[in-house]
Design a protein around this ligand. Sequence first.
Ligand SMILES: Nc1ncnc2c1ncn2[C@@H]1O[C@H](COP(=O)(O)OP(=O)(O)OP(=O)(O)O)[C@@H](O)[C@H]1O
Ligand SMILES: [Mg+2]
Length: 272
Amino acid sequence: MLRSLATRKYPDILKKLLVRDLREGGRLAIVYGPQGSGKTTLLEWVARGVYEIYGPDEVIIWRGQEDCLWADFLEMGIPVRILYLGPEPIIVDGITGEPVGLDVPIVPVETPQAVLDACHPDYVNVLYIHATDPLDFTARWLEVFKLLRYKPHGWVSLFFDEIEDLAPANAQGELWNLNKEIARMVKEFRKNLTSLYAATQNHFDLDFRVKGKFQFKIYLAGAIVPDKSRVWQKAVDALPKGWGWVEGTKFEPFCFDPLPKGPKLKVLNYAI
Ligand SMILES: Nc1ncnc2c1ncn2[C@@H]1O[C@H](COP(=O)(O)OP(=O)(O)OP(=O)(O)O)[C@@H](O)[C@H]1O
Ligand SMILES: [Mg+2]
C-alpha cells in the first residue's frame, strides 16, 4: 500500500510507479529520453521513493556501472552497499583518478544465485556483475533474473539504467536467444513481486521482446515515440526539460525536479 506520500512532494508519476498491491504485483516501467533528459534522475526518484516508503519491506537492487551514479544516494542520505560478482571494484575519483575510500560496505558475491541473500533491505544494493563481453554480461544478468523469478521472496525493485546493454536490439546468434529468455523472465516479474525500472535513450536500441513487457512507458523531453504509441510525438516534442508523458496510465504530463548530485566517482574494472 502507498504510505505517507503526502509528506513529501513526489512527482505524480511516482505515485503510480510506487503502488505495491499484491493483486497487481510488481511494476514494470521504462524511461525513454535523449542524453541529459533526466532518465537517471527519474530512476533515482523512484529508488528514493521505494527506500523512503517501504524501507525494510523491500529490497532495492541498482545496476552498478562504470560511472558511479549511485553516489547520488549518499548525497541524499540513503545508505548504499556495493555487491560484486567478479573482481573487487576499484573505485576512483572521477576527475583525479585517485582511489577513494568510502564508508560503504563492499561485499563479494560468489555466484549469481547468492545475490538475493547478499542484498539487504533499507539500503540501495548496487550490484556489479563482471563480464568479459556483451554476451557474457547478458548471460550473467539472466542468472540473476531467473533467480528473481523462481525464488519466493518479498518485494524487490530492480533499477536498470542503460538497459540496452542487457538486451540490445538486432542481436545475433546466442545473444538473440538470451534476449528472448530475458523477456520471458521480465514477464514473470510482476507475479513474483519484482518491479523493474529501466531506462534507455531510444526505444529502437532495445530488443523488441523485452521492450514489449513494460506496462508503463515514460517519454521525457526529446524522446522518440514509437509509431504505434498512444502518446503523440508532438506532445513529447513540446515538453520542457524535467517533464514527461506516460503511456500505460491516464494521459497526463508530469514533472520532476533535479536531485542532489554525489561526488563524481568511477569504477575502473567494470566496463563492458
Ligand atoms: N527535472 C530536472 N530539471 C532540471 N535539471 C535536471 C532535471 N533532471 C535532471 N536534471 C539535470 O540534468 C542533467 C542530466 O540528468 P540525467 O543524468 O538524469 O540525464 P540522463 O537522461 O540520464 O542522461 P544520460 O543519457 O547522459 O545518461 C543532470 O545534471 C541533472 O541534474
Ligand atoms: Mg543517465
